[in-house]
Ligand binder design. Structure first.
Ligand code: SF4
Length: 195
């Protein structure tokens, strides 16, 4: 039996986290990167107190069967936790669609999860070479863009999202949009950085 998912937050009802679906959002604890503009700092460490009980959340989801369309796993970085696979299976059995918000930190794990996922929101922060100064991880650009390539060759709908961070010039944004478009991305959303 896998360890229960470590949860740092739960939103029982939202209409904005999965396109055109009413969903609940599970905020998974932990992220391997440390982006300077991260607005979920409290979710970054894997070791923390105040975690929510996954089994309690399953009970709440059970009560919402027929009222919600989907459960979205967000974070932090959900694919950090190996127990995500089992958690997705559990909510699928309950009849919910599965959404995933990821920064693409673990391309191979993302690939193995895709059969369980109905929609992905992929965070592409910048061109690969600009990642290390943003995330503090030298391999992060390659990992995120490899995840993008996996999604481009898979059969799961996805949206690429970019937070325009303060160090990003208009030219960089344009270059990123051009590169994504050349690669075949058709759904790219820009959002303003919030602190
Ligand atoms: S990848 Fe996302 S959750 Fe992780 S530090 Fe960066 S912005 Fe925060």
């Amino acid at each position: 039996m896998p360890h229960a998912l470590r949860i740092g937050g739960f939103v029982p009802f939202t209409s904005i986290d999965y396109p055109e679906q009413l969903s609940a959002v599970v905020f998974c604890q932990g992220c391997p990167w440390r982006c300077s503009y991260c607005h979920n700092q409290h979710l970054l460490t894997s070791r923390t107190t105040g975690l929510l009980d996954w089994h309690g959340i399953l009970k709440k989801l059970h009560q919402r069967q027929g009222l919600l369309d989907a459960v979205v796993f967000s974070g932090g970085e959900p694919t950090l936790q190996k127990s995500l696979h089992h958690a997705m299976e559990q909510v699928r059995v309950m009849g919910f669609k599965v959404g995933l918000h990821t920064a693409g930190c673990y391309p191979e794990r993302l690939k193995s999860l895709l059969p369980l996922v109905d929609w992905v929101g992929l965070d592409i922060k910048d061109l690969p070479e600009n990642y290390p100064s943003l995330t503090g991880s030298s391999s992060s650009g390659g990992q995120a863009w490899q995840s993008l390539d996996i999604l481009l060759s898979a059969d799961v709908p996805f949206q690429v999202r970019t937070t325009v961070h303060p160090g990003m010039t208009e030219e960089q944004v344009e270059q990123l949009r051009t590169d994504l478009s050349r690669r075949g991305v058709t759904d790219h959303s820009l959002q303003v950085c919030r602190y």
